[in-house]
Ligand binder design. Structure first.
Ligand code: AMP
Ligand code: ZN
Length: 217
């Protein structure tokens, strides 16, 4: 079973939702650098406040800061049976850093899942996205609405729209993805690790697909 994996793909292709489902299914941690920055911001840590200058604009947080944060996370005990990286690495520099970091522990990435989608579908998905500021649950006004409009199913909190999910920010994020993150596709393809996943399907169908891929030797 492949248990060290990376989700790549444009923002809004459904990486985060898929990573969460798999994390529960396989009982391995879901490591989302975006979630980590948001948590820091919520707790008003210096790192969180610094990152906000970038996240609000749809720009990447500087590599050194991001790499250091991931290094810390991957040094924790719970990653020993595997991990799901979501939103990291985000450019070839981060990918190289990750390779070196893992090789120090004689580890490597097993598979890179490239969730693909069209810009049109992505924009519709992201602008309809609503997040719980407390537990981090993600909903969608059409595709995955909460039981009660605007309210989190888990804890009754009022749902919000993330600043980086606003239309103008998405256009910027897609642009950043195409320029900075897209080269990673080539990087992992060359290593023979890349598998394409059609993200324009329902979550369950995608999970089934991914589980099959992880079981292949
Ligand atoms: P996400 O939820 O993965 O779309 O991330 C939200 C925002 O956090 C991004 O738009 C970036 O500003 C920042 N971010 C997340 N992951 C990274 C990363 N690996 N490198 C740099 N910035 C990141
Ligand atoms: Zn909640």
């Amino acid at each position: 079973m492949k248990t060290r994996m990376i989700f790549v793909g444009p923002p809004g292709a459904g990486k985060g939702s898929q990573a969460k489902i798999l994390s529960e299914e396989l009982n391995i941690p879901h490591i989302s650098t975006g979630d980590m920055f948001r948590k820091h911001l919520k707790e008003q840590t210096p790192l969180g406040l610094m990152a906000k200058n970038y996240t609000d604009k749809g720009l990447l947080v500087p590599d050194d800061v991001t790499n250091e944060m991931v290094k810390d996370r991957l040094s924790q005990e719970d990653v020993k049976n595997g991990f799901i990286l979501d939103g990291y690495p985000r450019n070839p520099y981060q990918a190289n850093y990750l390779d070196e970091l893992l090789s120090k522990s004689h580890l490597k990435i097993d598979v890179v899942l490239n969730v693909t989608s069209s810009d049109e579908v992505i924009i519709k998905r992201i602008t309809g996205r609503r997040t719980c500021p407390v537990c981090g649950a993600i909903y969608h006004i059409d595709n995955f609405p909460p039981k009660q409009e605007g309210i989190c199913d888990n804890d009754g909190e009022k749902l919000i729209q993330r600043k980086d999910d606003l239309k103008e920010t998405i256009v910027k994020r897609l642009d950043v993805y195409n320029k900075e993150t897209f080269p990673l596709i080539h990087y992992y393809k060359e290593k023979g690790l890349l598998v394409d996943i059609d993200g324009n399907r329902d979550l369950k169908a995608i999970t089934m697909d991914v589980l099959k891929i992880l079981e292949q030797q």
